[in-house]
Design a protein around this ligand. Structure first.
Ligand SMILES: [Zn+2]
Length: 81
C-alpha cells in the first residue's frame, strides 16, 4: 500500500487544482489524511482529447471537400454565360 510521506496515512483522494499562472486545470492525487499532494495528473486524458480532435478535423475536412465541389459548380455555371 502507498503511504503518505507526511503523515503515514494510507489512502488517497483526487482534487481539482488550478495552479497560479497555469492555463489548465490539473487533477492532484492527495493524501486523504492530510491533503498533501502526492502526484499530479492532467485534468483530461490528452490521448482521448486528441482522438476527439482527430474526428472533428476529419469532419471539417469532408465539409471542405463539399464546399470546394459547390464552388467548382458555381464557377462552371458562371463561366457558361
Ligand atoms: Zn498525509
Amino acid at each position: 500500500m502507498a503511504k503518505c510521506g507526511h503523515c503515514n496515512h494510507i489512502g488517497t483522494k483526487i482534487t481539482e487544482i488550478s495552479p497560479t499562472g497555469g492555463r489548465y486545470k490539473m487533477m492532484a492525487i492527495c493524501c486523504s489524511g492530510c491533503s498533501a499532494i502526492l502526484g499530479v495528473t492532467e485534468y483530461m486524458n490528452s490521448g482521448a482529447l486528441l482522438k476527439q480532435l482527430e474526428g472533428k478535423v476529419q469532419a471539417v475536412e469532408s465539409q471542405l471537400g463539399i464546399i470546394e465541389m459547390v464552388i467548382q459548380q458555381v464557377k462552371s455555371i458562371l463561366t457558361r454565360r
